[in-house]
Design a protein around this ligand. Structure first.
Ligand SMILES: [Zn+2]
Length: 469
């Protein structure tokens, strides 16, 4: 069998890996957008797959995040006719995320069309895919539970297991029979952090020969000294109690937002929250929160007990969800101290960009970055301490405070990754492939493993192919 690393190779985002069996059967694992592509994608740039979409027999989707799922409708549009295997929450969350992505794309198209009519430059490309492709992609999904073997054919069976990370996120174990031999490959998808809010710990693989693992936080240590609740309390105190300020938290709509709301709800039930407004300004986050509530059995024990006791994980007196764009603008007229949680997490696009733009010159404001920000994003520029930043082509001085917390990280750090690799076979593995990380992070993890006598650690280049025997 052969594995080709079509994406997320020496890069975070763009997860896409092709498994080709001797029989000619071809499986695509994840079909995500990479970060650079995402920008152009919404402007209608053509997607070129490094394979014929019609030649793929089956797709496996590890979780809903757009850097794992965003190219699925395009894959369908360009000729893929197979089924897509994923867990039930992943199917539902992917539907919400892809719909959101399509709406952004259409909005960009309308803007371009308006500019074209005004005689401004720009070509007249249409959307990359439409509602029909999206609906078809969702109809192709076959949902499987965790921890049950699913026989695809006589050569291949697959099994999903808990990855942590976000609701329904799966690691996938693939058992392949070829030339009278059995080979087992484990692909982590994105792993969750150990002891995270809401999600269970990732389950390590048993009995695998090869491991393909994410390495987002290779070489890095989660520095949070406080629990997620204490971390939030600290910034709420500093920003909204000791001074009349606004705490602005950019957070991914799927996963991070729910973990933050749950931590706030715990603080509320303990009587520790000040009586100020907590706005969640993201229609996608609202839909996602409903899905989390629907599949509460996928969450950890702590969350289930809390739900049993208080009836809801994601609702408390001071919390206000904002769906309508006009209400979003009204948040700016709320002159009392408040907390604003909005997407996108890397502060690239979405309503958060407006909240950051409106508050960046406010010395009473703190922007609290709660997740990974890829290089080139506004979140990354803010974190690098620039005195001025460009937002939508306009320059703004940075007078607000910019802080960072790892307390809500949805990925394991260096030690967590090593723990997972060790528990999944460690030095007995025939090969360990590192994916989904920036090059420096991957090389740092690889050299640490090699120093500890691990053999056969690979950091594949994009489109590199490995023959796996
Ligand atoms: Zn993810």
């Amino acid at each position: 069998m052969k594995i080709t690393f079509c994406g997320a190779a020496r890069q975070v985002t763009g997860s896409m890996h092709l498994l080709e069996l001797e029989s000619g059967y071809r499986v695509l694992i994840d079909c995500g957008l990479d970060y650079e592509q995402q920008r152009e994608f919404h402007r209608g740039a053509k997607v070129n797959f490094p394979f014929m979409p019609s030649s793929i027999d089956l797709m496996i989707l590890t979780h809903a995040h757009i850097d794992h799922s965003g190219n699925i409708p395009t894959l369908v549009r360009q000729g893929f006719e197979g089924k897509i295997l994923c867990t039930p929450p992943t199917a539902e969350l992917t539907g919400s995320l892809l719909l959101d992505s399509l709406k952004i794309m259409e909005m960009e198209m309308r803007k371009k069309e308006a500019n074209r009519k005004k005689g401004k430059k720009g070509n007249n490309q249409g959307s990359i895919y439409g509602y029909r492709d999206l609906t078809e992609a969702l109809e192709r999904m076959i949902t499987l539970p965790f921890d049950k073997d699913f026989e695809v054919n006589e050569f291949l069976s697959i099994r999903f297991q808990e990855a942590g990370h976000i609701l329904g996120a799966a690691s996938v174990k693939m058992t392949i029979q070829e030339k009278g031999k059995q080979r087992v490959v484990g692909f982590t998808g994105d792993l969750g952090n150990y002891s995270s809010k809401l999600m269970k710990d990732p389950t390590p693989f048993e009995g695998i020969d090869y491991l393909i693992t994410e390495s987002t936080y290779g070489g890095r240590v989660h520095a949070a000294k406080r629990t997620p609740e204490e971390e939030l309390m600290h910034y709420i105190d500093e920003t909204c109690v000791k001074q009349p300020g606004r705490l602005v938290i950019p957070a991914f709509s799927v996963g991070r937002t729910q973990a933050i709301i749950f931590a706030l709800n715990e603080l509320y039930q303990q009587g520790r929250l000040p009586a100020i407004k907590f706005f969640v300004d993201s229609p996608l986050a609202i839909r996602t929160t409903d899905t989390y509530a629907k599949y509460s059995e996928y969450m950890n024990e702590e969350s289930q007990q809390f739900m049993h006791r208080y009836g809801s994980l994601f609702d408390f007196e001071y919390l206000e969800y904002i769906s309508d764009k006009r209400d979003s603008e009204k948040v700016q007229d709320h002159y009392e101290p408040c907390v604003i949680i909005s997407a996108a997490g890397m502060v690239e696009g979405g309503r958060i960009q407006e909240h950051v733009r409106n508050n960046i010159r406010n010395t009473y404001c703190t922007i609290l970055i709660a997740g990974f920000c890829a290089e080139g994003t506004l979140g990354h520029r803010l974190l690098s301490g620039q005195g001025h930043v460009h937002i939508n082509g306009k320059e703004f001085p940075v007078f607000s405070k910019v802080e960072k917390t790892d307390a809500f990280s949805a990925h394991p750090d260096h030690a967590g990754l090593k723990q997972f690799i060790e528990a999944s076979g460690g030095k007995n593995l025939k090969g360990i492939f590192l994916v989904h990380g920036e090059e420096a992070s991957m090389l740092s993890l690889a050299s640490d493993l090699e120093l500890n006598d691990y053999k056969n650690v690979f950091v594949p280049e994009k489109l590199e192919q490995f023959e796996v025997m």
